[in-house]
Design a protein around this ligand. Structure first.
Ligand code: ZN
Length: 68
């Protein structure tokens, strides 16, 4: 098959894509004023402090410290 005359011939040759998607290192938390760096393995744009989703383990109610 000849492909002459095609205005576009697919994607140009690119270097090999990254094997592992490594998130840009040195990202800062998206929270204004927060300078916490986010791990490259953390997909969130927030640091663990400002991450909207918190998966905390519910361990029952914390008992208020009783004055003993
Ligand atoms: Zn933060």
């Amino acid at each position: 098959m000849r492909e002459e005359g095609l205005p576009l011939r697919g994607t140009p040759v690119r270097p090999l894509p990254h094997r592992n998607r490594v998130w840009t290192s040195g990202r800062a938390c998206a929270e204004p004023g927060c300078i916490t760096r986010i791990s490259i393995y953390n997909r969130s744009q927030y640091c663990w402090v400002h991450e909207p989703l918190h998966y905390y383990v519910a361990r029952g109610r914390k008992k208020a410290p009783q004055a003993a």
